[in-house]
Design a protein around this ligand. Structure first.
Ligand SMILES: [Zn+2]
Length: 335
């Protein structure tokens, strides 16, 4: 996208589907992401997705020379396809980036060798035992192969755990849990929990002292340090902020991939389910938590009736029950 914009001398603008601007300069490539939820399908966002599509259509009518790229998970597009027929013009040129295509295996194998094998000079290292076949046969097939390769490349020290149990969600979740249990008193770990609970951190936005107290996080707004070795293992400036040249003060800090967010969420949820239901950002709970007995996906966690009622009570206090009345968590509440 950047290359193309460079050649044409156009601008680039990236945003979440809920933050589409009213006006964009002429000659802009617009990349819109986060459809149906940043971390997972939130099941009640169809209305806002339709509104976003309408905004794009209007924007394209009003502005000369804009190109729009809709970055959406193909499983979600398939799921909501019927409801979005009116906007099918926006999907004229589809490009699939998933790893479902088996013809791509050779390419991934090359990528695997380059990202994991070639970089490691230690002949005794456990990564020597990791094979491409292991990656193709794990319980975690639902997670795209390139992402799993990137995670294992970024966290080379976890490869041994992955070989013992090829389940990337479990390996990462356990890693975060170990961090919390063993090194909890360092600020970096506490910031990881804070960013998961709030969904993000920005130096210029409100700092939640309440949540810091409840989870005993021992951080202050000014203790945020992007160079902290533990923190920078997981957290980066939001990619779109970086691309849009947002200042360090205004920028938002998030996990380098939504999947890392999901792993931290799983770890926190195991640590204290009730506190998470009571204090973690509502978006994440709506996207990742489902009632017990519900057909949960690989990345989702389930919650019993007590937890459902705790969360329902919170939605009631926030006046959000009506908006999410069709969500399985709300439907399952005893009320
Ligand atoms: Zn190695």
């Amino acid at each position: 996208m950047k290359k193309c914009a460079g050649i044409k001398q156009w601008n680039i603008f990236q945003c979440r589907f809920t933050e589409i601007p009213n006006d964009v300069a002429e000659n802009t490539i617009l990349f819109i992401y986060g459809w149906f939820g940043l971390w997972n399908d939130d099941l009640c966002s169809l209305g806002s997705v339709k509104m976003a599509f309408q905004n794009i259509v209007d924007l394209m009518k009003r502005t000369k020379n804009i190109k729009t790229i809709i970055g959406m998970r193909s499983d979600l597009y398939k799921k909501y396809h019927q409801e979005l027929v009116k906007y099918s013009d926006l999907f004229q040129h589809e490009l699939f980036l998933d790893s479902v295509n088996t013809h791509k295996d050779a390419e991934y194998l090359k990528y695997f060798d380059k990202r994991i094998k070639a970089l490691c000079k230690n002949k005794e290292c456990q990564c020597r035992q990791l094979s491409f076949e292991m990656l193709c046969k794990g319980k975690d097939k639902i997670i795209g192969l390139p992402l799993r390769i990137n995670i294992l490349a970024n966290y080379h020290d976890l490869i041994g755990n992955y070989i013992r149990d090829p389940d990337i969600l479990k390996v990462m979740t356990d890693d975060i849990t170990t961090l919390r249990e063993n090194i909890k008193k360092t600020k970096g770990c506490n910031w990881i929990d804070y960013i998961c609970l709030k969904g993000r951190f920005s130096p210029s936005e409100e700092f939640d002292e309440g949540i810091v107290k409840v989870f005993d996080l021992r951080i202050t707004r000014s203790s945020f340090d992007v160079t902290d070795t533990i923190l920078k293992r997981y957290v980066r400036i939001r990619y779109s902020d970086q691309q849009n040249n947002v200042s360090a003060m205004k920028a938002q800090y998030v996990f380098w991939h939504p999947f890392i967010y999901i792993c931290v969420f799983h770890s926190l949820f195991k640590y204290n389910q009730n506190l998470v239901l009571k204090h973690c950002n509502v978006d994440a709970i709506l996207q990742l938590v489902r009632p017990e007995g519900f057909d949960t996906a690989y990345i989702e966690v389930s919650v019993d009736n007590h937890g459902i009622d705790l969360f329902y009570e919170r939605l009631r206090q926030l006046n959000l029950v009506e908006r999410y009345k069709d969500h399985p968590l709300v439907r399952s509440a005893s009320k």
